[in-house]
Design a protein around this ligand. Structure first.
Ligand code: SF4
Ligand code: SF4
Length: 127
C-alpha cells in the first residue's frame, strides 16, 4: 500500500499517473523494502507520525511533534545544533517541562504514545 498524501485533484491524478502501467513489486523488492523499513524503524526512538492532532489538545502549548522530532534526531546524530533549535522552539512556544501531565493528549494520539512520559525524556535530553 502507498500512502501518497495529496492536497488537490491534480496531485491525485499525477500520483495515479506514476503507477501506470501498474506493476506490482517482485518478491525480492518487497523483501528489500520491508528490510529497509525495519532498519529505519529501529533507529527511531519515538514513533511520532507528526500528524499534529495532539497540538490542539495541549493547554500548555507544547510543540509536541517538533520536540519528538528533535529528540529522535538527537538520538541518531547527537548534534549540538539540535540543543540550540530546542531552545528557540521552547522559547517561542513552551518547553517540554511545561507539561502538567493532564493527559489530554493521550487519547487523541494516532500512534498511542504516552506523550507526558516521553516528554520527560525530552526534558532530560534538552533541559
Ligand atoms: S499531558 Fe502534557 S503534553 Fe499532554 S496535553 Fe497535558 S500538558 Fe500537554
Ligand atoms: S498525536 Fe501523537 S503521533 Fe500525532 S503528532 Fe502528536 S504525538 Fe505525534
Amino acid at each position: 500500500m502507498v500512502l501518497s498524501g495529496v492536497g488537490n485533484i491534480e496531485q491525485m491524478k499525477e500520483n495515479c499517473q506514476v503507477f501506470k502501467p501498474f506493476e506490482p513489486m517482485s518478491k525480492e523488492e518487497n523483501e528489500f523494502v520491508l528490510k529497509m523499513a525495519d532498519e529505519i524503524k529501529q533507529l527511531i526512538a519515538i514513533d511520532c507520525s507528526y500528524c499534529g492532532y495532539c497540538l490542539k489538545e495541549c493547554p500548555a502549548g507544547i510543540p509536541i511533534p517538533d520536540f519528538f522530532e528533535l529528540y529522535n534526531s538527537e538520538k541518531m546524530y547527537s548534534l549540538p545544533s539540535l540543543h540550540a533549535i530546542y531552545g528557540t522552539t521552547a522559547a517561542a512556544n513552551a518547553p517540554a517541562s511545561a507539561c502538567t501531565e493532564c493527559e489530554s493528549c493521550i487519547a487523541i494520539c494516532t500512534q498511542k504514545l504516552d506523550i507526558p512520559t516521553l516528554l520527560k525524556d525530552v526534558v532530560n535530553t534538552f533541559e
